[in-house]
Design a protein around this ligand. Sequence first.
Ligand code: FAD
Length: 420
Amino acid sequence: MVQKWDIVIVGGGLAGYVAANYLAKTKMSVLLVEKSKEVGGRARTNKIHNQYFNLGPHAFYKKGKAASIVEELGIQLHGNSPQLGGVLVENDIEYAAPFTPSGLISTRLLNWQERIEWVTVMMKISKMETEKVAKLTFEQWVGQTAKSKKVQSLLYGLGRLATYCHAPEKASAKVILSHVKAVLGGVIYVDGGWQTIIDQLQNKAVISGVHVQTHTTVKQITPVNGHLKLTLSKDEEILAKYVICTTGPHELAKMVSEEVSLFADSTAVKGATLDVALSQLPNPKRLFAIGLSDPLYFAVHSNYARLSEDGKSAVLHVFKYHHPDEHIDSKKVQIELEQFLEMLQPGWQRYVITSRYIPQIIVNQRLPQVGDEYKLHRSKTELRGLYIAGDWASPHSILAEGAISSGKQAAEEIIQKEMR
Ligand SMILES: Cc1cc2nc3c(=O)[nH]c(=O)nc-3n(C[C@H](O)[C@H](O)[C@H](O)COP(=O)(O)OP(=O)(O)OC[C@H]3O[C@@H](n4cnc5c(N)ncnc54)[C@H](O)[C@@H]3O)c2cc1C
């Protein structure tokens, strides 16, 4: 007997579990299939030597769409907001970051004219309607908005910080700037890591009747007599009236052969992460830094969130934003990250409890580009009953914002369709 479900959700990350939670409120039968043994996708947290490591630095926007959806679903987010401030690094020289009034006054990075331009641009961003720049790349917008090279370089740094995208000549100004606006509203580092969000979503879904099958890969999705047939890892077959696919576009294209191939050649946003737990910080005052001449990031997350069993260690992340066309020399990047950390926390190696280096990780499945809206719209309608969600599937946002809002949207579209 082939099992029949009303809805099968492919992927147990944020998008999949958010969709599952909305659908759990209906009478429809829901199965969530996840290929890994563990659920969570890229929002997973690993406990290593009693330290909680997110997969690289993870900050949750306090005022974004995702925050209101998570709240609507009754998910508790515990943790604190990092203070703004910190340093900017340009050609190995540290400067106070002009993100706070005192940083703005004290920084030697900008002259007075540049300070005024920086403040004017920041005010412009906070008030802007990002839809108005939908036809521009981030580079074009920066070029039109700021004259000073220093202010331009600060804007690129802020854009990377907010979106992880390091290709201003390709990236959509609308998406980058809407995320910059969200970041300016503050972020939270979550106690226990993002796994706590996943665990709550999973518990709520399961209690409400959603079935979860881990360690199972969906290999193929094919239309059969008004339903969708899913072929699973061991060639088991199941049928569904609707499928929400939250995998990346490449996996999706493989599953459905040619039909949803519009994004099969899309570029992902990638980076390298060095996740480190130290028994103590050599320089406890240095908690945050971003590179301007090099696309680098450093932040101590444990000062604002409990990220170890005993709450005593320092859990920090050093990150390099990769350009999509760049060849990655993994060893070279590791040395670069370690040297950046050495500059900010001299002698850190003496205090290492544990560390993990990932040279290339997909941060977002799609680098948001001008015109993606139209492609996304088309790809949605090509296979009846198939809905896409995930951090690449929203035309307006990426990262957790995109994953969570597209998960909700896919679920709502199905619910509305059923009600008609
Ligand atoms: C280093 C790093 C830093 C980040 N920082 C931030 C941040 O600060 N703020 C922020 O908002 N976001 C951040 N993100 C992004 C955020 O983690 C992701 O956007 C989000 O977790 C993606 O969720 P998703 O459900 O779309 O995809 P995923 O989490 O990738 O989930 C998809 C799931 O589908 C499963 N799957 C794939 N193929 C199949 C198949 N054939 N069959 C069954 N299952 C399958 C996968 O195993 C996976 O579990 C960061 C990501 C990384 C990597």
